[in-house]
Design a protein around this ligand. Sequence first.
Ligand SMILES: Cc1cc2nc3c(=O)[nH]c(=O)nc-3n(C[C@H](O)[C@H](O)[C@H](O)COP(=O)(O)O)c2cc1C
Length: 187
Amino acid sequence: MSDNPTFGGRLLIGAGGSGAVALLPVFLSALRAEFTGTVTVLMTHTATTFLPASTMGLFADQVVTGDDPRTWARDNHVTLAEDHDLYVVLPATANLLAAAATGAAPNLVATTVLESASPVAFFPVMSAQMWAKPAVQRNVAQLRSDGHEVIDPGVGPRYDVGLARVVSGPTPPAPPQFVAKVRELLR
Ligand SMILES: Cc1cc2nc3c(=O)[nH]c(=O)nc-3n(C[C@H](O)[C@H](O)[C@H](O)COP(=O)(O)O)c2cc1C
């Protein structure tokens, strides 16, 4: 158990199609040590190819993919934005950053960014080459200028599922850093 005081709220996590989505259960487990609220995970279609929604559902109160039209009346961009206190995107892919920075709505994760009344927190996860591209950095700057929060990745060794080896470069946040940021934003 954590020594930190507990905190609550209704958290929505948008999960993009990065191999790092497989780490999300670790983040949610760390969160549960301090967080007494509810967690909804909203996954893009690509995210569900990396980690099945059924596995995600073992760690979240609710998982939404938007794949089944029978759920659309209940779970859509409007209800998802209205029914949560904080929206964070982890992992935020280059694709999701680009969509959010340009006001595009190609999927439910990005559409819910547009629908959110409050700023959204993005945790980008991608290779060093992608992260360094001027186009990606332009999108990050645009999101910040629009009032969103973009948390810079860490730097260090990580296993790259694309290259199938450990590389040095941008890393997902450490789980305690993620929990601290959610606590700060829900305050
Ligand atoms: C093995 C593999 C790993 C990937 N990892 C990343 C990643 O870490 N970050 C990223 O921005 N894109 C990554 N991609 C590319 C995304 O899956 C692709 O851009 C996709 O369209 C993302 O869209 P979405 O986040 O809206 O689902 C990866 C693709 C593959 C095949």
